[in-house]
Design a protein around this ligand. Structure first.
Ligand SMILES: [Zn+2]
Length: 89
């Protein structure tokens, strides 16, 4: 399970340009509730009607604390990267 601590460690090590493209702030919050990180489902389809049940890409969402701009990172790739970081300790 992906914890807030793991996510924070991932972003500290991997993300070098953390400025919001909308407002130039640098304060982001992971989308979740208390210590629980939410997995965001980004629908992948060409037809709007089937978006509710079609294939999707799991993602971790971050929101700018100043202007509420949203950005997303691949959940699967973050999990793989964290596992690799743990193996290289
Ligand atoms: Zn912003």
């Amino acid at each position: 399970m992906l914890t807030l601590n793991n996510i924070t460690r991932f972003f500290e090590q991997k993300v070098k340009h953390n400025i919001c493209p909308s407002c130039n702030s640098g304060q982001w919050s992971v989308i979740g509730e208390e210590n629980n990180v939410f997995v965001v489902k980004i629908p992948l389809d060409q037809k709007l009607e089937s978006m509710a049940i079609g294939p999707h890409m799991p993602a971790i969402g971050l929101m700018c604390q100043n202007c509420y701009y949203l950005k997303f990172y691949s959940y699967n790739q973050i999990v793989a990267s964290i596992e690799q970081m743990d193996e290289n300790k």
